[in-house]
Design a protein around this ligand. Structure first.
Ligand code: FO1
Length: 323
């Protein structure tokens, strides 16, 4: 078991919850360069001729201290001159692209069209923004999430933003997953001899974590992983901290609870972290065969992100030692 001081860590992340815990981990790890954040790309889409990668951008802006903390996406101190001018010309304005945010979409699209991989572009943009942690896409191949709704299939951003998550969700498809390859950064991090833990962030399991698990070989690699795999619940007291997780669960006939999340990850995780509000579920979750850690998991202040990160790392170290 590698001591936490010189261990490396992997975080599986998507959306705002993932970015918050990734920030807390970067704050508390002695060397944030030992953290690889594997990011969901199922939300990515082509829009206005640009390749938009929301979860990569939310993570990048959060770790670079540029994120709009009210919305959780896009950049702080944004302006909408481009959107206003676009609207006046009859362009699509349902997906807000701020003037500063636009730069990352334009530059990423230019470099991808020039033949660079998403991993290479992501790594270079992060270096330019002074981010020490390694942010890697789950795959350099597209695996767009399609939301099956009662009104038919919808591209993710059409469901999430254009339709405002209104349609009833019947299921999800991860298009192209069979042909996708895990990114080299992801595979290298999994193979690292000093890997201390894999942390499944408190992201929406269906739209942020399942796309990562849908990439061929990922589930097997996690199951074979020597290091403990620890998940943090995105549900507190039957409610999602942010976003449509609880709504999706209810629409799929699943009671929104920390237990349901633990069951969703059954067979994949060694430990589960849930909030004090759900302490009564600890026994039921332990019965799924995982170790349980009860702590405060709501992350609003920076200190709460740090405190949860410390608790998760300590829990992972105990699980690792117990293996
Ligand atoms: N979410 C919204 O609810 N409305 C938007 O107009 C919007 C624009 C947007 C632009 C760039 C970006 O990186 C994210 C954006 N998001 C917007 C959030 C995005 O839909 C979600 O963050 C993820 O796809 C789900 O976590």
């Amino acid at each position: 078991m590698t001591s936490s001081a010189d261990a490396s860590y992997i975080a599986l992340s998507g959306g705002v919850g993932g970015a918050k815990l990734a920030l807390g981990l970067c704050d508390v790890l002695e060397n944030p360069g030992r953290l690889t954040v594997v990011t969901n790309t199922g939300d990515d889409f082509e829009h206005l001729g640009l390749k938009v990668c929301p979860d990569l951008d939310t993570l990048t802006y959060t770790l670079a201290g540029l994120a709009n903390l009210e919305t959780g996406w896009g950049r702080a101190g944004e302006s909408g001159a481009f959107m206003e001018a676009l609207g006046a010309l009859g362009g699509e304005t349902w997906f807000f692209l701020g003037d500063k945010d636009l730069a990352i979409h334009v530059e990423r699209t230019r470099r991808l069209r020039a033949g660079e991989s998403l991993s290479t572009v992501t790594s270079d943009l992060c270096a330019r923004l002074g981010i020490e942690a390694r942010i890697v896409p789950m795959s350099d191949d597209p695996v767009p999430t399609v939301v099956e709704t009662e009104d038919g299939p919808l591209a993710f951003q059409h469901y999430f933003v254009r339709e405002r998550c209104r349609p009833k969700v019947l299921g999800f498809r991860h298009e192209g997953a069979e042909q996708a390859r895990a990114s080299s950064g992801f595979l290298d991090a999994l193979a690292a001899p000093d890997l201390g833990a894999v942390i499944v962030c408190p992201s929406n399991p269906y739209i942020s974590i399942d796309p990562i698990l849908a990439v061929p070989g990922v589930r097997d690699a996690l199951a074979a992983c020597e290091a403990p795999v620890i998940a943090v619940s995105p549900i507190i007291g039957g409610e999602a901290v942010k976003g449509p997780t609880a709504k999706m669960m209810a629409e799929r006939g699943i009671a929104p609870s920390a237990l349901a999340i633990a069951e969703h990850y059954a067979g994949l995780i060694d430990g589960f972290v849930l909030d004090e509000a759900d302490r009564a579920e600890a026994a039921g979750i332990a019965a799924t065969g995982v170790a349980v850690e009860v702590t405060a998991t709501m992350m609003t202040a920076r200190e709460e992100k740090q405190a949860l990160s410390r608790a998760v790392l300590a829990f992972a170290n105990r699980r690792g030692a117990a293996r």
